[in-house]
Design a binder for this molecule. Structure first.
Ligand SMILES: CC(C)(COP(=O)(O)OP(=O)(O)OC[C@H]1O[C@@H](n2cnc3c(N)ncnc32)[C@H](O)[C@@H]1OP(=O)(O)O)[C@@H](O)C(=O)NCCC(=O)NCCS
Length: 171
C-alpha cells in the first residue's frame, strides 16, 4: 500500500466497480454497509467518488444519492481498513458534500455506526421524522430505493438499520 499523500479523490469509472465491491464486501458481511449486486454499482456509478492510490488501487469510495429537491444521502462511504484514520474518509465526505452543494442539495442524510466521524463533519442525530413534510414523505413512499426506505424508517427495512444512527446535515 502506498503513502496516503499520493492518494487522489476522483469520480468513479466503470472499471472501478470491482474495486468498490471489494471494499464493500467485508463491510456488508459485518452488516455495516448494505450488500448490492454488481449491476446496482454500475447503475449508480455517477453517484460515486473513489480514492485511488499511486498504484491505481481503489482504497476508498463514497456515493451521494439524491432523494428530493433539497435532500440527498451519503452512502457506501468506506476507507480501506489498512488506511483508516489517515484522512481518506474525510476527503471523500468533503467531496460528496461539495457535490451536494454544487447540484442544489441543502440537506444530506446518512445512516451510520460512525456517529463521531459524521458529527465532526457537521451532521447531527435526527430527532424524528420532521426532516420532511408530510407531502414529501408521501412522495418518497413511492420510491423503491432501500436507502429512501431507511431514511423514512419504514418497518420493512428495520433489520438493515438495527444499531445504526440516522443523521442529517444542512448547509
Ligand atoms: C467511516 C470511514 C469511512 C472513515 O474513514 P477514515 O479514512 O478512517 O476517516 P478519516 O481518517 O478521515 O477520519 C477518521 C479519524 O481519523 C482522524 N484522522 C487522522 N488523520 C487524519 C487526517 N489526516 N485527516 C482527517 N482526519 C484524520 C480523525 O480525527 C478521525 O476521527 P473521527 O472518526 O473521530 O472523526 C471508515 O471508518 C469506514 O470505512 N468505516 C466503515 C464503513 C462505514 O461505516 N461507513 C459509514 C456509513 S456510509
Amino acid at each position: 500500500m502506498t503513502s496516503v499523500s499520493a492518494i487522489t479523490i476522483r469520480r468513479a469509472r466503470t472499471s472501478d466497480v470491482p474495486g468498490i465491491r471489494a471494499l464493500v464486501a467485508p463491510l456488508a458481511q459485518e452488516r455495516i454497509l448494505v450488500a448490492k449486486e454488481a449491476v446496482a454499482y454500475y447503475e449508480a456509478l455517477q453517484e460515486f467518488r473513489v480514492a485511488e492510490d499511486a498504484d491505481g488501487r481503489i482504497v476508498g469510495c463514497g456515493a451521494l444519492h439524491v432523494m428530493w429537491e433539497d435532500l440527498a444521502e451519503v452512502r457506501t462511504l468506506a476507507a480501506h481498513p489498512a488506511l483508516r484514520g489517515s484522512g481518506i474518509g474525510h476527503r471523500l465526505l468533503e467531496q460528496l458534500l461539495t457535490d451536494a452543494q454544487d447540484i442544489g442539495v441543502t440537506r444530506v442524510f446518512c445512516l451510520t455506526f460512525e456517529v463521531d466521524f459524521f458529527r465532526r463533519h457537521g451532521f447531527a442525530v435526527m430527532a424524528n421524522q420532521s426532516a420532511v413534510d408530510p407531502q414529501v414523505y408521501s412522495e418518497l413512499l413511492r420510491s423503491s430505493d432501500e436507502g429512501v426506505a431507511e431514511f423514512l424508517d419504514l418497518a420493512r427495512v428495520k433489520p438493515n438499520t438495527l444499531g445504526n444512527t440516522r443523521m442529517i446535515r444542512s448547509f
